[in-house]
Design a protein around this ligand. Structure first.
Ligand SMILES: [Zn+2]
Ligand SMILES: [Zn+2]
Length: 327
């Protein structure tokens, strides 16, 4: 099969011809139809996340068709369409797994990081971490739901019932979260790189009532803020824009260092927290909610062979919505 392979962090992916993977008893073999490109892939490729499997096939927003299944597979049949997210395996016995926090499992393994992912024609995935996808989404449209959508949804959940919601970084996750938040009747304030008028227009087109530079203050204090840009300097900015008792949620897996800031912008019971990974419950809930909420995804399609170009465009902020690779 054709694949894009990471052999050393910090160097570009290389086109490779690999043997087709074989499913173990709990795995399905999947013909990949689409795989979205997540900022986490950039962090893996750039060496900002420690100890990836090497060589590695990246990609954890996979949509494909089951073409073969292991002997214990009972959730899916050959021919079914499935989505594969970042959470690839959990132990089921650690205190986190037993306590409903499998996203924090001590021995969790992640797709496109410790497990080969979807930058390929074929992949294998544990059936217990695969999900059905609503028919109204085409393969390319569905792919960004599998991480931008899921992690965005988990981040939004952590904002509680906040009405005035700030979103910092208006990329793939934000463009999905904004639609869900609007469906829930929340008000959206979108912050982009300074001067990025195209992203601000994009945010307004998805229901943001205000969009502006990340350096500017919102017209009203925020009840909560979600930070999707990997920029630590946004943490104090978002705290300063958030009302007493409000919450700032960091949705990314990696961020540049957070500069020191005066205690008074955290004082008055503001909460600063991160979101890590996802649970299968998040996936079931979000994948049911997305079609009900009328979530549409904006995608830019690249052939699999141009994975490096997709990563470069994401790095440079030259994309609106989500990049999706098609083999
Ligand atoms: Zn565990
Ligand atoms: Zn991701």
């Amino acid at each position: 099969m054709r694949a894009q392979l990471l052999t050393a962090p910090g160097s570009p992916l290389a086109a490779a011809e690999l043997p087709a993977p074989r499913p173990t008893p709990q795995q399905v073999l999947i013909a990949v139809r689409a795989c979205a490109v997540c900022r986490t892939d950039l962090h893996v490729v750039d060496g900002e996340l420690a100890d990836p499997k090497l060589p590695l096939v990246p990609g954890h927003e996979i949509v494909g068709t089951v073409v073969e299944k292991g002997e214990a597979v009972d959730r899916f049949a050959v021919g079914d369409r499935v989505g594969v997210p970042w959470l690839g395996w959990t132990c089921g016995v650690c205190e986190y797994c037993r306590g409903g926090q499998e996203n924090l499992c001590d021995r969790a393994r992640f797709t496109g990081y410790q497990i080969d992912g979807g930058y390929a024609e074929l992949t294998v995935a544990d059936q217990r971490y695969c999900f059905a996808i609503d028919q109204r989404y085409r393969d390319v449209e569905a792919a960004p739901l599998m991480c931008a959508g899921l992690i965005g949804y988990r981040s939004l959940r952590m904002a509680g019932d906040a009405q005035r919601l700030g979103i910092y970084g208006f990329g793939a996750a934000a463009h999905i979260v904004a639609q869900v938040a609007r469906h829930q009747g929340r008000r959206i304030f979108a912050f982009t790189r300074p001067g990025d008028r195209a992203a601000q227009d994009f945010a307004r087109s998805l229901g943001a009532e205000w969009a502006g530079d990340s350096t500017s203050a919102p017209p009203e204090p925020l009840d909560a803020a979600l930070i999707f840009a990997p920029v630590g300097a946004l943490v104090p900015v978002a705290l300063a824009a958030t009302r007493k008792g409000g919450t700032v949620v960091c949705g990314g897996i990696h961020m540049s260092d957070i500069p020191s800031f005066p205690y008074r912008i955290l004082w008055e019971e503001r909460v600063l927290r991160s979101v890590a990974n996802l649970t299968r419950r998040d996936a079931e809930e979000f994948l049911a909610l997305a079609p009900q909420a009328g979530v549409r995804t904006e995608t830019v399609v690249y052939p699999l062979s141009e994975a490096n170009r997709a990563l470069t465009d994401l790095r440079n902020g030259a994309l609106q919505g989500a990049a999706v690779l098609v083999p």
